[in-house]
Design a protein around this ligand. Sequence first.
Ligand SMILES: [Zn+2]
Length: 322
Amino acid sequence: MSPVGLSCYSRWLSRFKTIYSQSTVVSFSSTATTTAPPNENETPLSRPAPPPIRVALTESAGRGVFATRRIGAGDTIHSAKPLVSHPSLAAINTVCYFCLKKIQTFSGSQRQGVSLCCEKCKESSKVFYDVEKRADWLDFDDYCRTEGMKYPLLVKRLACMVISGAAQANIVDILQPASLTQEMILKMEEGFCLLQCAFSKANIRKEHTSFLTKQWYTAVLARIRINAFRIDLAGGVYEDLLSLAAASVEAESAVGNAIYMLPSFYNHDCDPNTHIIWIENADAKLKALHDIEEGSSLLLLEELWLTLLLAPQNHTKGILNS
Ligand SMILES: [Zn+2]
């Protein structure tokens, strides 16, 4: 691991240790909800039970998510809203600019070429979109399109959210960063310059963009690189994992990308017991693939393994496409 990566990781680890002790049962009421059956002692009017999981540090794999009770096959463990999401450029005219829901026949609101599926999404996106629309994104979007990069779009959205006050600049600091080589950092500079240039030409006041340094851009991108999920909508049909994944990889049906807090704490394995799915928008659902015993580590499918297994021709693109 490079010195930069090592120092980032140490910072993340110490922050994580401060927030979550090993024995803490974490309730993610702000970012996660659960449809788990209520405890027998609770009345129907009491709050929904917290997700049957806890986040803990492990000896070998950093942090992990563990079952606090037995979870049955097919049960929804919890759902999670994205911290930041963005449609892929190819899907920008066919999905909601905020929640990534597919828009079949236009029925929502439209603002300068982007569509929003409902009043709620229109309201939720208003603050950051008011910032975004002040700048000209032609060069930045061209850079993403020609270089085949999707993750800088998430950084752009996060930057607009921070400028508008909708998010803190350190919102993704708790996530584990990828270690970056000097070459990767140099390659990110063009994206950073184009982002900074767009805001500067839009006359956004300097005090609102003071967080936007090369270090911030690189640190956010380092976290997005290994924590972003590609959103493939199941469209209400929940079939088996491999057929769904195979169809989406082959059809390049991803509607966008997003990062989450709790789902990012899951470890990955080629023999998973948990599945993350998106039914109609970027709100993720974590489901048990088979019965999971109390205390077991919850594992999501290793995406690299899936990519290699199903579409070896996409491997190189998948690795570089960041
Ligand atoms: Zn929407």
